[in-house]
Design a protein around this ligand. Structure first.
Ligand code: FHN
Length: 445
């Protein structure tokens, strides 16, 4: 009887997971990666490619409607003489980041890694001739930084991609139209590149897809999510990734809830549940997946010489605290210059963030879970073990929280704080100290 009961539970469990993720059950290794990922809480996004030479962001080809062959000539002048993968990784480690997500190939189609699938790549197509992804991988692996790869689904360079986009605003950039076999060729190209990325660079923490919105049968742009994946052969891609590296997480920035086979949910420029960016409308926050919010340090992803709208370290700390309180990682972007250096404003802010992380973030952000309560005007909460961290990032306030069995309320440094206890809650004065982005109190159970 007991065995029958166990079998039924197992069958019911499999059925439930089959409904949620048809054909995909994450491996033990994958679940362990998800767990590691969730503990990280801070990653660095790097948008870097030949577009950085024009200093007008990674969409410059689209913005300025540049002929595809003319744009491709940028590659012949790309020589980032100051690029030093080790220096980058040291800086990102100093900031407190646990992983980096690098644009191996953005929408412009130029591969920042050595690929045998096309000469339009950093080794065969630029005078620099060095495999940037390879050097980053080596630096990451030797310095203990996890490495994630951004990979664009859409492509503004290849002729076998055009005219596959169905967006009304899409452009040919003067490409001749592909023939009827084009799509299959393009799919094969992506599969072969993914295989290279997953076999030539050691352990990969995540493949982070982007750009799938360019080709969809969903003419309402977002109202029929179930129709999107078939357009991109994503299930075959996801299967390949999980087969080659079972621990590699699959992410896709399609702005919907995760599709089967994906391992994390992404929010672009939004704390999960919010929709300030306009990208997150209708995107339900999944409870069964790790979450990630990606955002820019100024307003641009790729290097933009005129964009001085940099966030301050206080802005970033508050954002990090808010994302952590929603169980999400923050993936903070930098857009390196064409010479391979990280813009000073970004580097300075990252170092300041690192100081904050070492003092407060290691304990109250990394390895924490979100708070039990929603965001309040005064701030948010995170928790770890027997401690709830109260982050006062807004106005000082007298706050009442529904906690019982409280042993103590203290400042971050452990000084006792007076509180009033009732049978159902505690109340204390949460004061935000002048000059700090976040004053932290601990509730110890
Ligand atoms: O078009 C891209 C953009 O250039 C950038 O890479 C961001 C990062 O999330 N994603 C796309 C827009 O959704």
């Amino acid at each position: 009887m007991k065995r029958f009961f166990l079998t039924m539970c197992l069958v019911a469990g499999l059925a439930a997971s089959a409904t949620a993720q048809p054909g995909y059950v994450p491996s033990e290794e994958n679940l362990a990666s998800r767990h590691e990922f969730e503990n990280a809480r801070l990653g660095i996004f790097i948008h870097w490619g030949i577009y950085s030479m024009l200093g007008d962001g990674e969409w410059v080809q689209q913005k300025q409607n540049i002929d595809y062959q003319e744009y491709a000539k940028l590659a012949r002048g790309f020589y980032p003489s100051k690029f030093d993968a080790g220096e980058w990784v040291d800086l990102f480690k100093e900031a407190g980041a646990e992983y980096i997500t690098f644009t191996t190939r953005h929408h412009d189609g130029f591969s920042m890694f050595h690929t045998a699938q096309s000469d339009y790549n950093i080794v065969d197509g630029s005078p620099f001739g060095r495999d940037i992804v390879g050097e980053l991988a080596e630096a990451c692996h030797s310095k203990g930084m996890r490495l994630h790869f951004y990979y664009s689904h859409l492509d503004w360079h290849r002729t076998d991609y055009w005219p596959l986009s169905e967006r009304p605003d899409s452009r040919s950039f003067n490409r001749p139209a592909g023939d009827s076999t084009s799509w299959r060729k393009y799919e094969d190209f992506m599969m072969a590149q993914l295989k290279e990325l997953l076999t030539n660079y050691g352990k990969v923490g995540c493949i982070w897809f982007d750009g799938s919105w360019d080709r969809t049968t969903d003419k309402d742009w977002g109202k029929q999510p179930e129709r999107t994946p078939q357009e991109w052969n994503i299930y075959e891609q996801y299967e390949l990734i999980h087969r080659l590296q079972p621990g590699c997480l699959v992410a896709c920035n399609h702005h919907y809830s995760p599709f089967p086979g994906e391992d994390i949910q992404i929010f672009e420029r939004d704390v999960p549940g919010g929709n300030e960016s306009g990208f997150s409308e209708g995107q339900k926050v999944a409870t069964e997946y790790p979450l990630e919010t990606c955002t820019t340090m100024n307003k641009s992803w790729g290097y933009d010489i005129n964009d001085n709208n940099f966030k301050t370290v206080d802005d970033i700390v508050r954002l990090l605290v808010r994302t952590a309180s929603k169980n999400a990682n923050l993936l903070m972007n930098v857009g390196p210059r064409p010479d391979g250096t990280i813009p000073e404003r970004s580097a300075v802010v990252l170092r300041q963030l690192g100081e904050w992380m070492r003092t407060y973030g290691e304990e109250s952000i990394k390895g924490t879970e979100g708070g039990f309560a929603a965001e309040e005007p005064w701030g948010v909460q995170t928790r770890k073990g027997n401690v709830v961290y109260v982050h006062v990032i807004g106005e000082s306030a007298t706050i009442t929280l529904p906690y019982t069995k409280v042993k103590a309320v203290t400042t971050f440094n452990g000084e006792k704080v007076k509180y009033v206890k009732t049978k159902k809650d505690i109340t204390f004065d949460a004061v935000r100290e002048e000059g700090t982005p976040d004053t932290i109190y601990k509730i110890v159970f």
